[in-house]
Design a protein around this ligand. Structure first.
Ligand code: 5GP
Length: 193
């Protein structure tokens, strides 16, 4: 998606550890107009799928999922929490995930009340790197008996293994910008066509 690529090129910063910083429009300050456009594009890409719920992961996925929901016909959005919370009681699904940006392991938690076998979900997230977060969501959906209609990712780092693995497994993975390479010395970012 050209609009997203241009924002990455003009505002993205390449950081050591293969991290792209896009905190001026996606990860800290948020551009609602851009996110609305990303949400519309996700809806277009999944228009042939019977989606009745959007799943995401706190924190950065939430804004993107909320922006997308009206374009999917105002389906509910459920976000998996990272770790225990007093607001999360009752039975819950749980998956252990390794964090790309923090380097530690954490639990993804989602209340059993909000995901079940009648659900057909699109899982939306801001970044795809090695795919650990999405594998955790697959585990949770599988435990719930929910059907995954696809994955909608804003920025996939195509030089890392997550996207390749998920496509090989046959999942419907739609990424709005796929980075081919990024150079921390020059700051140069190139995209896959
Ligand atoms: P994965 O589980 O695919 O290895 O990593 C995905 C998660 O790590 C995303 O939810 C995102 O929060 C974070 N992440 C991975 N790579 C980047 C990056 O280059 N920049 C930012 N801002 N977050 C990233």
């Amino acid at each position: 998606m050209e609009e997203l690529r241009q924002r990455i090129l003009s505002e993205g910063q390449v950081r050591p550890g293969d991290v792209l910083k896009v905190d001026s429009f996606l990860n800290h300050q948020i551009d609602p107009v851009l996110l609305d456009h990303l949400g519309a594009e996700f809806a277009r890409l999944f228009s042939d799928r019977p989606v009745n719920k959007i799943l995401t992961i706190e924190a950065s996925g939430i804004a993107l999922a909320i922006a997308a929901a009206p374009h999917f016909g105002n389906v509910p959005v459920v976000f998996a929490k990272k770790g225990e919370s007093v607001n999360l009681d009752g039975d819950k699904y749980r998956a252990r995930v390794h964090s790309y940006t923090h380097g530690n392991d954490y639990d993804l938690l989602l209340s059993k009340r909000f995901l079940g076998e009648d659900d057909h979900v699109v899982i939306i997230d801001d970044f795809l790197a090695n795919g650990n977060a999405l594998e955790g969501m697959i585990e949770i959906c599988s435990a719930a008996g929910a059907t995954i209609e696809g994955f909608g990712i804003a920025i996939e780092k195509g030089h890392q293994v997550g996207g390749k693995r998920l496509r090989e497994e046959g999942w419907n993975l739609q990424s709005l910008a796929i980075i081919e390479s990024m150079d921390p010395d020059t700051g140069e970012v190139t995209f896959r066509d």
